[in-house]
Design a protein around this ligand. Structure first.
Ligand code: GLU
Length: 326
């Protein structure tokens, strides 16, 4: 559940997409990647490790593009590796980035293999590219293909997709994983985190679960879960000053106290499927690792000490641990 950024613009978008990835580095990630539409082909660059390594590849290759998608990955299915890094593609024609978890990926993967698709990664995400390709090949446009794919997908997702046959539009979809549009000057952006695009615009549209949107440099169209075109409210937020200023609060601690509901929502958004916390949200193999834990030590001072004590009490209320404060 890491970071997505996508852009359709009248200028080159490679640099702004990578800058957006840098802005989301604070969330933690294991790899990063980008797909840039270049009319005849799509430049596809990925790197295991830091966004800087991806940026180094961009500097070396200098791809030019006005339409692109990019991602920082926090592995849930498949080890952290370049092959598992997003974007994933289907037959060099459809490229996607995905945040979240596809819960029914085993069955969908098998059915796509039966349809002749070859998988290049161990992720749950790659099948989304193949599903879209399947439906596009049946004569659907990308919006319809996305709705058909959504009917198949169980789980949490924010998706951005581009198609080799369309160098002007990209399509995004949201279900239980944050996704918003940003309305810039001569460009429209999409991101999972407003901080990724807060340098480029103050105007945001927060998509709702079930929404699908098509974006070009000049226009966007949003459809709701029933594929009805909808108008969503445009919210004006000065992200750069909001994150660093006290706003109307008397001091920063008061601001942080009032930010708690939103901070908790941002943390758990995309990590809950149905009524349960999703497996693997703490990363690959976390369930096996947690099963071996015999002791938890929380080391903190100041207000963090109080937070640590609350956490210790909660851990012991849902587990066999008894807690001791030293
Ligand atoms: N489940 C996907 C993967 O393992 C996406 C993880 C993410 O949200 O970064 O690649």
């Amino acid at each position: 559940m890491c970071g997505i950024i996508a852009a359709a613009s009248t200028r080159n978008v490679g640099k702004l997409l990578v800058q957006g990835l840098h802005k989301m580095e604070y969330r933690g990630y294991d790899s990063a990647g980008i797909a840039l539409h270049q009319n005849e082909s799509i430049a596809h660059l990925r790197a295991l490790g830091k966004v800087q390594l991806l940026e180094d590849k961009m500097v070396a290759e200098k791809p030019k593009s006005k339409l692109g998608i990019a991602h920082t990955r926090w592995a849930t299915h498949g080890e952290p590796s370049e092959a598992n890094a997003h974007p994933h593609k289907s037959k060099d024609s459809v490229y996607i980035v995905h945040n979240g978890i596809i819960e029914n990926y085993v069955a969908l993967r098998e059915s796509l293999i039966n349809d002749g698709y070859e998988f290049a990664s161990q992720t749950d995400s790659e099948l989304i590219a193949h599903l879209l390709d399947l439906y596009l090949n049946q004569g659907n446009n990308m919006i319809d293909a996305m709705y058909l794919a959504k009917e198949k997908l169980d789980g949490a997702y924010a998706i951005a997709a581009i198609d080799i046959n369309d160098s002007e539009n990209l399509v995004v979809a949201r279900n239980k994983s944050p996704l918003l549009l940003g309305l810039g000057t001569d460009e429209i952006l999409a991101a999972s985190d407003p901080l990724a695009i807060g340098q480029l615009t103050n105007e945001f549209i927060f998509l709702e679960d079930g929404d699908v949107a098509e974006i070009s440099a000049e226009a966007y169209t949003i459809f709701d879960t029933n594929k009805q075109e909808v108008t969503r409210e445009i919210t004006t937020i000065d992200i750069s000053s909001q994150a660093t200023s006290k706003g109307d609060y008397r001091h920063y601690m008061e601001k942080e106290i009032y930010e708690q509901p939103q901070a908790i929502l941002n943390t758990i958004d995309g990590r809950i499927g149905g009524d349960d916390v999703l497996d693997n949200i703490f990363g690959l193999g976390s369930a096996e690792l947690f099963a071996q834990v015999e002791r938890i030590q929380i080391v903190a001072c100041g207000t963090s000490l109080h937070a640590g004590r609350v956490a210790a009490s909660w851990f012991s209320s849902i587990s066999e641990f008894t807690y001791m404060c030293l």
